[in-house]
Design a protein around this ligand. Sequence first.
Ligand SMILES: NC(=O)c1ccc[n+]([C@@H]2O[C@H](COP(=O)([O-])OP(=O)(O)OC[C@H]3O[C@@H](n4cnc5c(N)ncnc54)[C@H](O)[C@@H]3O)[C@@H](O)[C@H]2O)c1
Length: 399
Amino acid sequence: MRLQFGAIAQLVEQWTENPCVPGSNPGGTTKLTKRSLHSLRFFYATLPPMHTNIVIPNDFADFELQLNKSIQGYSQVVVLTDSNTLEHCWPVIAGMEKLHDVYLLEVPAGEDSKDLDISHGLWSELLSEGMDRASLLINLGGGMITDLGGFVASVYKRGIDFIHIPTTYLAMVDAAIGGKTGVNFNGLKNQIGTFTPAQAVFIWPNFLQTLSTTDLRSGFAETIKHALIADAQLFAELEALDHLEPGLLSDSLSKSLAIKCAIVDKDFTERGERQKLNFGHTLGHAIETHAFESAKPLLHGEAVALGMLAALYLSRKLNKLDQSEYERTTNLIQSHFGDLVLLQQDLDAVLSLVKHDKKNQGDTCRFVLLDSIGEAVYGQEVSESAMREALGSICAPNA
Ligand SMILES: NC(=O)c1ccc[n+]([C@@H]2O[C@H](COP(=O)([O-])OP(=O)(O)OC[C@H]3O[C@@H](n4cnc5c(N)ncnc54)[C@H](O)[C@@H]3O)[C@@H](O)[C@H]2O)c1
């Protein structure tokens, strides 16, 4: 059974309040509770024009059933992992009936693997294994694996089907949803890639039990972003969380995922509305790229958290964000990411990287800014001096 609808956010809302929404949860009666990951209920959505099934299984038997169904009819199945997801996540699903004869691929864990040379190696493996156009790639991992595997599949033999099984919080609420695939190139983030929808995305939050607290926090930055750009109520709920642990995040996971789906649904190829999802990313990507080279690289969400602080500064200075909301928003981010700063010595390098950002047109830099919590506007022009000032607001003196 499959539900077809556009307003996915609304359905998730209904479904969260009442787990017995017709069709969304056959036979289920368990109420959602904040503390239980198992409270995430069986759920399908098909997102036009992506035609991706987003599946949150009811329980493990349902996970196996739905996954087995999804991989029927393919000539061969390959599973892509990184070294950590091979160790922690593959054993969770390896016993599933339809996964007995799959071909396993492993790349080193970490952002360095989101790269053309690694893609080249993967294409060679697929070719030497005789993978034809009717084969399927399953990407089992965080955002690095879903971006890399999605890209590799989207151009191999002009495109084979792929399924994402995200294993980090960040990938569950963001990277695996929405069809953006890609790799880094010449030291810059996501310069080569495609917009290609996955056939299906399976959300199994129990994978989060083995995720490090820093990686959980990194993903939480994207949920803060979703709340800031689209949902003031969710923002208030995030303010009430005193610490992060997988069991406390099931509500925010489903709401965050629903926001991402709803935005992508309206604007798959990022001509308009979808640009809002880049809140904090214009400076965040530049900070992340610059940190690649340093002794202590930043995780994606950590850089986005810094980028959001700078974007909030600009929203206060240039847009309608009022002082009390500026304080609430920066306080929430600081309460989770207060240990992170940009060093004064790195400011010029970060600024020069901003010009490579895809959202710039000509000499102007365009930002997503907030008018208020839950209300974002895209395409806001920001001068270099204002950007410098905003970056200055998150800088600490040199080490
Ligand atoms: N395509 C998109 O729309 C989109 C959106 C946001 C971010 N991204 C991309 O996502 C990437 C970041 O994703 P990420 O934060 O998931 O990073 P990641 O994939 O590198 O995972 C983080 C770390 O956690 C490990 N790991 C993954 N799952 C685990 C588990 N269940 N247990 C133990 N360890 C586990 C990984 O091996 C890695 O070491 C960046 O490259 C970013 O650009 C893409």
